[in-house]
Write a protein of this length. Structure first.
Lengths: 263, 257, 272
């Protein structure tokens, strides 16, 4: 049974890799011998790959990565605090939900990019700009998920807590929040990619420090290979964060399950 | 009475915020936060109707063109990849990876390639909106009820007819979802691409106002963008509810039974 | 009856096994029976016997492992225009985004007839199943019984020679079921069709059929073919009260019980 699963996994990987290779080779052909050869601004595959790998040796590259991550996580932190706060409040209290929900529904679909000019005006092309934008974008998924998680609590568990005469506080910490954890994790996963994206966008569109700014500089200097390499690294960064989060989720969930069995 | 109460409770906070802002802005005279009256005044001066033909219309035209291209190519690509197993196995992982690179970051290569004119805008909007559509189409096709295919096979319909009559319509709800996400991406990319490298457009004007510290125009621009974004989404939802009435009603009836 | 009417369908040695080696599951084994023109044949068997598999092989929706189906002497290689199918799950067999009329007209997609003609034929088909006035309604606006009528209309619009029905009334309420049973018999007589109907409802089988093919289970084989001589004119009141009806019913029920028990003991004694 397991051997069959392994071979089908290997088969999928083989297909995926072949697809990627076909793409890379045709890209190279298009830009060297094919119709796009010699067009200024169209990077060759080999040129881009060389630049991408070359960046590993640049300390300025890693400094920029650090800046971007700093902004993303600072914004994420703020988003978690605010998102969980408001999410819990509106999830638990009917009245606050009625009062706050219309405002939330109005602000939520507003793309952070739209308010970028104003934030840039007030904060300038600084780290704070990146943090604000990241927080603004990351707060919504967390808020929404926390709301859903709180509402999703098993009513029987609540009844049990009530029959045991647990205090309001104890009920929240022992029953409500633990059952909302999967939702919170989902929210954080979405929020992380939003925060990272916005941290980079803040640099790209407004000149805030970090990877985004490097891409902007590359564009203004007409260095398409470099721009492409930086973009690829951003994708790798995003993918790595997603993987780390997925691993964290698995360990957390596994840990919880083990804890439940123990209890 | 209940509806009135809901409006009162829900509207309480926004009204408070706007009123509070008005008072604070008038009193503090902070150049970045002008008084709402001045914002509305600037809004009217810019968008009704001076800058409409020179900036709003071109922006929306790029948006519309890019979006339409994305939807058509996305559905076609989704159908091809969804129905041909070999192609799907080869290119689905690539698609997944490409999807994880936010399209905003692809603006610079497009600008370097196609310049700062309208072509680069249309291209980036089309590319950004393409991914949610193609993935949603593939997902929708995957969920086609085999019972429907039994029916079309028993009628000896050709593979082509089967596609048009069974596979694609049944993926309608999913495709609509992808189209809505694509709409949102297209809008964001329209704004972002104009902020980065353009000569005209809503996003361009708003960004320029920021460079000249013309805060009233910045606010007016943001307000206009918010209204447009909201309006486009609402139009989409109305159209979708019309086209997918069969789906909405079937689900409602099934739930009731 | 068999001698005066020509042979329409011959099921010849039909067998179907899923999987290979140790996990092989033999569902059908050497199914043989004949169906004559204008006959109403019902297939019954214990639940899980593989009746649906048999039907899919009969209509060429599925390839059998062995054997063949001969229509008018020619072996079937794929779904035939002379055979129409009515499926059990009517909600899943009608396109939810099409009106009743369009759903019925779908069967004529390959006919090259002008659109106006198709539309008229579709309306006529709906009228023949008692649904005049429902042409522009969508499946979600119709009750279960009405949806199945649309499916029947769709099956009839191509004027098939053979109508195959897979437990068509199983998901329909008891009273509507009786109406649809009568409708089916009437349509069969009017159009001189050959009908094969799979059902788990023994009463229904005896009421409708000229002959009943009783299947066994694990694997399904033809246990016995029962002649039903209740006459051509049947109705829900008198026919079901008749002595012969009761006898036939008991006989078929006995066969099915026997098949169920045999399958149980074989399962208990372990796989061979």
């Amino acid at each position: 049974m397991t051997s069959r699963r392994i071979t089908s996994g290997a088969q999928n990987a083989a297909f995926g890799i072949s697809g990627a290779l076909i793409w890379l080779v045709s890209w190279q052909w298009f830009t060297t011998a094919g119709p796009f050869a010699g067009i200024v601004g169209f990077p060759t595959m080999t040129g881009s790959v060389a630049q991408t790998l070359g960046l590993i040796w640049e300390s300025s590259f890693w400094a920029a990565v650090g800046e971007t991550l700093k902004m993303a996580f600072a914004g994420l932190g703020i988003a978690v605090v605010i998102g969980m706060g408001i999410g819990l409040l509106t999830g638990l209290s009917r009245r606050s939900h009625e009062a706050l929900d219309p405002t939330i529904q109005f602000l939520r679909p507003l793309p952070p990019v739209v308010i970028l000019p104003l934030v840039l005006l007030v904060l300038g092309p600084t780290t704070e700009l990146g943090v604000f934008l990241a927080a603004f974008g990351a707060v919504w998924p967390i808020l929404v998920q926390v709301q859903a998680g709180v509402r999703d609590v098993d009513p029987i568990a609540l009844d049990t807590a009530q029959s045991m005469s647990l205090s309001w506080f104890k009920t929240q910490t022992a029953v409500v929040i633990p059952s909302a954890i999967p939702f919170i994790i989902t929210g954080v996963k979405i929020a992380v990619s939003a925060a990272l994206l916005l941290a980079i966008a803040a640099g790209l569109l407004a000149g805030a420090p970090g990877l985004g700014k490097l891409i902007l500089i590359a564009q203004e200097a007409n260095q398409s290979d470099l721009a492409f390499g930086l973009i690829l690294w951003s994708g790798v960064l995003g993918a790595s964060l997603a993987l780390i989060l997925a691993w964290a989720e698995r360990t957390l969930v596994r840990g919880r399950r083990a804890l439940e069995e123990y209890l | 009475m209940n509806a009135l109460r809901k409006v009162a409770v829900g509207g309480f906070i926004p009204v408070l915020v706007i009123a509070g802002y008005w008072v604070w802005a008038t009193m503090s005279r902070n150049p970045y936060f002008p008084n709402p009256m001045r914002i509305m005044e600037r809004f009217q001066k810019l968008w009704l109707f001076a800058k409409l033909p020179t900036d709003v219309v071109p922006s929306l035209t790029n948006f519309a063109l890019g979006y339409v291209i994305a939807v058509f190519s996305g559905v076609i690509a989704g159908v091809v990849l969804g129905r041909i197993k070999l192609l799907r196995q080869l290119f689905a992982p690539l698609l997944d990876f490409a999807r994880s690179i936010p399209a905003i970051m692809l603006i610079p290569p497009f600008v370097l390639l196609l310049g700062i004119g309208d072509q680069s805008k249309v291209a980036i909007i089309a590319l950004g909106a393409f991914f949610p559509v193609v993935l949603a189409t593939m997902d929708g096709l995957r969920r086609t009820d085999p019972a429907l295919i039994d029916v079309t096979r028993s009628m000896q319909l050709s593979r082509w007819q089967e596609l048009l009559v069974a596979w694609v319509p049944s993926a309608g709800p999913q495709i609509a979802g992808g189209m809505q996400t694509g709409l949102q991406f297209a809008f964001i990319l329209m704004v972002a691409s104009e902020m980065l490298a353009a000569t005209h457009g809503l996003g361009y004007l708003t960004m320029q106002a920021q460079f000249t510290f013309d805060s009233a125009s910045v606010w007016a621009g943001i307000l206009m963008l918010a209204i447009l974004g909201f309006g486009l989404n609402t139009l989409f939802v109305l159209a979708r509810n019309r086209v997918l009435r069969w789906h909405i009603q079937s689900r409602a009836t099934a739930r009731a039974r | 009856m068999n001698l005066t009417h020509p042979l329409r369908l011959r099921i010849d040695g039909l067998s179907k096994t899923y999987g290979t080696g140790s996990t092989a599951n033999e569902v059908l084994r050497d199914i043989n029976f004949d169906v004559h023109t204008g006959e109403f044949v019902c297939l019954v068997g214990p639940s899980g016997a593989g009746k649906t598999t048999l039907l899919r092989c009969l209509t060429s929706l599925m390839a059998p492992s062995a054997g063949q189906v001969l229509l008018d002497g020619k072996a079937l290689t794929g779904p035939s225009p002379k055979i129409s199918i009515v499926f059990q799950e009517y909600t899943r067999s009608l396109m939810p985004w099409m009106t009743a009329e369009k759903n019925v007209a779908l069967a004529l997609s390959n006919s090259k007839l002008p659109r106006a003609t198709v539309k008229k034929m579709s309306r006529d088909a709906l009228a023949s199943v008692g649904l005049s006035g429902s042409e522009s309604q969508y499946p979600w606006q119709l009750s279960g019984g009405m949806q199945q009528r649309v499916a029947i209309a769709r099956a009839l619009i191509t004027e098939p020679e053979v109508l195959v029905m897979d437990e068509p009334f199983a998901s329909i309420d008891a009273q509507t079921r009786l109406e649809l049973e009568d409708l089916t018999r009437r349509l069969q007589t009017e159009r001189k069709m050959t009908v094969m109907l799979v059902t788990h409802d023994i009463d229904e089988a005896v009421y409708l059929a000229d002959r009943i093919v009783v299947l066994s289970k694990n694997p399904a084989t033809v246990q016995e073919i029962v002649e039903v001589n209740l006459g051509v004119e049947r109705d829900q009141f008198t026919t079901r009260e008749s002595h012969q009806f009761g006898e036939l019913r008991s006989h078929v029920l006995g066969l099915i019980r026997e098949a169920q028990n045999r399958a149980k003991t074989e399962a208990a004694s372990g796989p061979q």
